[in-house]
Write a protein that binds this ligand. Sequence first.
Ligand code: ZN
Ligand code: ZN
Length: 363
Amino acid sequence: MNTTADGINNKTFMKALVYNGPNSIVWEEKPKPVIKEGTDAIVQITTTTICGTDLHILKGDLPAITKGRILGHEGVGIIDEVGANVLNFHKGDKVLISIISSCGRCGFCRKAMPSHCLNGGWQLGNRIDGTQAEYVRIPYADNGLYLLPGEVEEEAVVMLSCILPTGLECGAMNGQVKPGDIVAIVGAGPVGMAALLTTQLYSPSMIVMIDIDDNRLKIASSLGASHVVNSSDGQASLKVMEFTQNAGVNVAIEAVGVSAAFDICQSIIAPGGRIANVGVHAKAVELHLEKLWALNMTLTTRLVDGGSTPMLLKMIQSGRLDAKKLVSHRYKLSEVIKAYDTFANAQKLHALKVILWNEKAGE
Ligand SMILES: [Zn+2]
Ligand SMILES: [Zn+2]
């Protein structure tokens, strides 16, 4: 036991996955996080996972993230300690951690855009230490955590930290998917798959999944895509126009973040259609206004805010949303380096979401 009679945890070190500069991560001992503000909570991680964004960080694509940072912004865990001003949570509660920390008081929070919170936003595994660790400090715990009933499957629920709300809010909701719509999703990675699952909540008549990886397209078919297109031959747009008798699609969701994917969206959008960008773009794309200007089309971008999380949690609990199907691999948290290798070689190893479970949780 690490806990004294008065409930104060005297364990001062933990293991964590630390970013050590481009292409270098280490699993090493770090000080266990402590409460810094009254609104903080310390959570013992029980389940976490790796996001595509973590791979971008590892490659050095996000230079603002500095050496020594503990990575990870997804997780489920048990509250270990709460600050004096945390009202909704108590030691021992099982919680879901949101990627977004929000103060609840600034102008953006008041406008329901907590992703742009002036005191928060995407902090975990970015500006502050993240969830790929035995413990994590969660700022503004009352806003950034969700209480979980005991019986939920952690592997399913951990998809609510980032990818499912991202697919829904930035993809299906921004794209305004309506019953009967024809939807194309470019990119069958975890976020594209999350868009595929959540788009179906709006009953489209056709969902075309586009990717360069046949294995991922096979999974997309099993998750509800009515059509799949391998885009590696550069003919994806032509094929989609064929499927749709040259009508194009009502909604095109870009879930890659490269110009080739954005170009497909632009070339298949129907009059009145919506292009919902989800992908993180590191480079400029060409906007083909010479074709789009007369199409009455809308282009949207956004960050995930997480406002849909309570609804998605209910959908998972009721069995309406089978988020566990996104899990391809499972590792112990101490095997996180191996898990990164698997996720980085996703095409070769058929990886989608890689679950990490803390074998020491509960100690
Ligand atoms: Zn993420
Ligand atoms: Zn705020």
